[in-house]
Structures are given as C-alpha cells and as structure tokens.
Ligand binder design. Structure first.
Ligand code: DX5
Ligand code: ZN
Length: 218
C-alpha cells in the first residue's frame, strides 16, 4: 500500500489558493472540498474555482463533493479535468450511474461515507469505485476532532477491499494529524486528507513529509 497525502485547501487562504497549491509541491493530490450549504452547513466553492485551480497547479485535484444532487453535478468536475471526484453515499440517488460517468470522463471515481454510514451495504459497488472515502469527522468544517469511533469501520473496509483484489484506495478525511494518522494507517487507510495539520503548520511542505513518514512507518 503506497501512502498518499492530500492536503485540504479548506484550511488555506481562499484568496491565495494558487499559493496554497504551490506550498505543497510534495503532495500527491490537492483535496478540494465543495460544499453547498445544504448537504453540509457550510458553503465553499464550486466548478469555476476548480477550473481556475486546474490552470494554477499541476498537482492533481481530489474533489470531494459535499453537495446535494451529486448525480447532477459530479460529471462536470471530471470533465473539467479533476483527477478524482468523490460523491457521498448519503446524497447520491444513482451512485452506479454517477460513478461510471466520472470514470467515463477520465477521472478516478470516489465514494464517501459519513461516520454513521455503514460500509457493508456498498460491498457490491466496490468494482465501480476507485477510492472509498471514510469521513473521520462529520463533514462541513476543517479543524474538527478526529472520531475514533470510525476506526473499526476503516478495518472492515480494508478487509472488504482486500477481499475484492485490493485495488480500491481507502481515504480518511477529518482530524488527520501527527497524533491520529498512525491509527488510520494501521487500520488500513492509504490516502490521507489533512487540512489543519498541513495549512495550520508553519511549513506546509514539511508537514506533508512528516505525515507521510508517520503513515509509512505505521
Ligand atoms: C471536512 C472536509 C475535510 C477538511 C479536513 O468536511 O471534508 O476535507 O478540510 O480538515 P482537517 O484535516 O482540518 O480536519
Ligand atoms: Zn474533504
């Protein structure tokens, strides 16, 4: 399992997103949290900003859609050139169709579960998914405390993924830091989103290296 780090620009200065991207040249992805004030109680950015970011950085974008009706909006992010587009299980009414449309547009398909959403009902969908995202906070805001209650689900998801050939990446998002990343890696996660732990640090690039080192040795 190769460790990948995806810094979340939610914790960066929204007036300086190009600089935020440039600050982490060692990141595998840039995590872009799209929020619509309906699926989650916060409003961030949408397709026009993603299109500008795509022009401003060569780091692939990992777009996490925390929006209602992702079936309507997700394909456009893939068509625009995002490397990965993640939709939420709780919001999608036709996940198979949407995940296939994301792939058909050339992006990796991501499927996200909130802390209280079980993984088992989605076992049959694993063939449609390139990355399973397990939220380790309730979605909506950066800087929240990591929810240990999700750890057993990370282990169960890892077992399901391995049973199906191990191709699906397993991402964790929320409260991932120096203090929590080892627990996530031990449980089986391999892609780590970190907002505050990267952009709250004095040297974001060093924070990425430190997180990667901790996950790799777990
Ligand atoms: C929360 C977002 C996260 C957020 C994580 O709903 O999905 O990506 O930016 O931020 P930290 O790492 O600060 O918890
Ligand atoms: Zn996110």
């Amino acid at each position: 399992m190769a460790v990948q780090i995806s810094p979340s620009i939610l914790s960066a200065d929204f007036a300086r997103l190009a600089e935020a991207a440039a600050a982490v040249p060692n990141a595998d992805w840039l995590h872009v949290d799209v929020m619509d004030n309906h699926f989650v109680p916060n409003l961030t950015l949408g397709l026009p900003v993603v299109e500008s970011l795509l022009r401003a950085t060569s780091t692939p974008l990992d777009c996490h859609l925390m929006i209602e009706d992702p079936d309507r909006w997700a394909p456009a992010y893939a068509e625009a050139g995002a490397g990965s587009v993640t939709i939420h299980a709780e919001a999608s009414k036709a996940p198979v169709r949407t995940l296939r449309q994301i792939r058909a547009a050339g992006a990796r398909s991501g499927f996200a579960l909130n802390p209280a959403t079980p993984v088992e009902p989605y076992e049959d969908l694993l063939g449609e998914i390139d990355m399973l995202l397990l939220m380790t906070v309730e979605p909506g805001f950066g800087g929240q405390k990591f929810l240990d209650v999700v750890l057993p689900k990370i282990r169960r998801a890892r077992a399901l993924i391995d049973k199906h050939g191990g191709q699906v990446w397993l991402q964790v998002d929320g409260g991932v830091s120096d203090q929590t990343i080892e627990r996530c890696a031990e449980a089986g996660a391999d892609v780590f989103v970190a907002g505050n732990a990267v952009y709250g640090a004095e040297d974001p690039a060093r924070a990425v290296d430190a997180l990667r080192a901790r996950a790799e040795k777990a």
